[in-house]
Design a protein around this ligand. Structure first.
Ligand SMILES: Nc1ncnc2c1ncn2[C@@H]1O[C@H](COP(=O)(O)OP(=O)(O)OP(=O)(O)O)[C@@H](O)[C@H]1O
Length: 317
């Protein structure tokens, strides 16, 4: 579900956060429709976590204003927290408490009514009813993440904030996790998720790409490739690794990425790209086809800009 034209769940303008003399979030605006899965993408240190924390009232912005779930982010953070489920980057439950104790503790924190039944139901849904007395610290990464999600859903939040929720989790557990996120979104829960993974980014309805604390691109996921304007050719044939080596670094070719049995060769200047590819078209072992850039190559393009924002220095912004 990607929004239904009602009042946005999050609507903020001009958010700024500074730590010392470093501007970590720089005039950030966003409007998040109800039920949307909104992806925050960007290199390490680009300000995603800081932005998420300001949106739910955990951190006070130095400038800017807005609402989250209809509450003022500056003055009504307690109301916001009651209706938000926030899954932090690091496992934030108690490793030396049992699975049940962790859920029970969270349910008490949120003053969940009919606590025992809700905790039992969560354990059942998780498939952990038989292991409820096991310490949370003994769980694998994937199970810890499912437990953390279950814990932040106990109070039935309207908005889920997920900060790199599947870092270090295997692909099968990631897929299961995303099936659950999609189900929640279909039920009207709005989800804001920061991620580094491409396979997660393509699951999002909307995407904001953030670098150096600034939002560079923002829009419906299906429109992002057009907005970025990357030109792409697809090539199939033998010895793709060798071909990739030959293509790399040619003027006009900014990116060569392997997609299954093909290479996607991309550049921002369509004419330069075509000129760079022209000599290769003579080799009849290869089939070349021009095609619109997909989200995946666009993300590779965006993410390859920088690996760590602030480590590289803000002057690059
Ligand atoms: N409390 C703080 N005090 C000082 N600097 C901070 C604080 N919190 C974050 N920062 C800095 O602000 C910048 C943005 O950090 P933030 O965690 O918001 O980025 P991020 O995009 O979530 O990064 P990552 O993807 O690595 O989690 C980083 O340079 C970080 O070191």
């Amino acid at each position: 579900m990607s929004g239904n034209g009602t009042t946005p769940v999050i609507e903020v303008n001009g958010l700024v956060k500074k730590f010392g003399d470093k501007t970590v979030v720089d005039h950030f605006d966003i409007s998040v429709p109800k039920g949307a899965i909104y992806g925050f993408l960007g290199p390490n240190g680009s300000g995603k976590t800081t932005t998420i924390r300001m949106l739910c009232g955990l951190l006070t912005p130095d400038a800017g204003s807005g609402t989250c779930l209809g509450y003022d982010i500056l003055r009504q953070s307690d109301n916001i927290k009651e209706h938000v489920g926030y899954m932090t980057q690091k496992f934030s439950l108690y490793e030396d408490l049992t699975i049940r104790e962790n859920l029970d503790f969270m349910a008490r924190m949120y003053r969940v009514k009919d606590r025992k039944r809700k905790v039992d139901a969560a354990l059942e849904d998780l498939g952990l009813a038989n292991r409820s007395h096991q310490q949370a610290g003994e769980l694998s990464g994937g199970w810890k993440q499912r437990l953390a999600l279950a814990a932040c859903l106990l109070h039935q939040p309207d908005l889920l904030l997920l900060d790199e929720p599947t870092a270090g989790v295997d692909p099968k557990a990631r897929r299961d996790f995303w099936d659950e996120i999609r189900r929640l979104s279909d039920d009207g829960v709005t989800v804001l998720v920061s991620t580094h993974y491409m396979d997660e980014a393509i699951q999002c309805d909307n995407i904001a790409y953030i670098a150096y604390g600034k939002k560079l691109i923002d829009g419906p996921a299906r429109k992002i490739p057009e907005m970025v304007g990357l030109a792409t050719w697809r090539v199939e044939g033998p010895d793709l690794a060798e071909l990739a080596t030959q293509l790399h670094g040619k003027d006009g070719i900014e990116q060569v990425a392997r997609f299954g049995s093909a290479l996607h060769v991309s550049g921002m200047d369509a004419q330069k790209l075509e000129a760079a590819i022209k000599p290769f078209l003579k080799d009849k072992r290869y089939t070349w086809k021009q095609q619109p850039a997909g989200l995946e190559e666009v993300f590779i393009h965006l993410m390859s800009g920088s690996t760590d924002n602030f480590a590289a220095g803000q002057e690059a912004a």
